[in-house]
Design a binder for this molecule. Structure first.
Ligand code: HEM
Length: 150
């Protein structure tokens, strides 16, 4: 049960960040300011409402799972988690809230694009760390086997 919660919450959180990232890049490249403002609003609501509990559930269930599972991969996953959580809380969430505010006011100035750049960078860092946690999680659970040819 806990494993299922961890699996679903982990995938949901990763998919949420990937969706925010891709929709931002696409709308910034091809969309109008109104379209950018709509995407920025959707990322805050319902986006953050989905992402924040999903990350919390992933971290919480992961720490419970690690009580019965030990080893190098578990330790590495555990070590990545504070970076994922702090990056989310201190960078991604404030960026999303400010970008939504500025976009809704039509304030697409250099500050907007600076913060947008920071958000994309932090999003890419979290996607990488979460991707590595998925890979190592699947290795721990035995779903991902490395093929050795010799
Ligand atoms: C965003 C962060 C994380 C993501 C995306 C993630 C993702 C995953 C995935 C996809 C699995 C495979 C589950 C399965 O095959 O059913 C897994 C397994 C596992 N994860 Fe995570 N995980 C994260 C954080 C953590 C943390 C912080 C810990 C705590 C150390 C942790 C501990 C584990 C353990 C022990 C397993 C193996 C479960 C088992 O087979 O008994 N994970 N994780």
């Amino acid at each position: 049960m806990l494993k299922h919660i961890h699996f679903i919450a982990g995938l949901l959180a990763t998919l949420a960040i990937a969706t925010f990232f891709l929709s931002t890049v696409v709308v910034e490249l091809f969309g109008s300011h109104e379209a950018v403002a709509s995407v920025k609003a959707l990322i805050v609501m319902p986006g953050l409402l989905i992402l924040v509990p999903a990350i919390a559930a992933t971290g919480g269930s992961g720490f419970f799972l690690s009580k019965s599972r030990q080893g190098r991969l578990v330790d590495i996953k555990k070590a990545r988690m504070p970076f994922i959580a702090l990056n989310g809380l201190l960078v991604l969430i404030p960026c999303a809230i400010f970008l939504n505010k500025w976009a809704s006011e039509g304030a697409f100035d250099s500050m907007f694009y600076l913060v947008q750049g920071i958000e994309l960078l932090a999003g890419a860092v979290n996607l990488t760390l979460m991707g590595l946690n998925i890979r190592d999680g699947l290795k721990i659970s035995g779903r991902l086997r490395i093929q050795h040819t010799r």
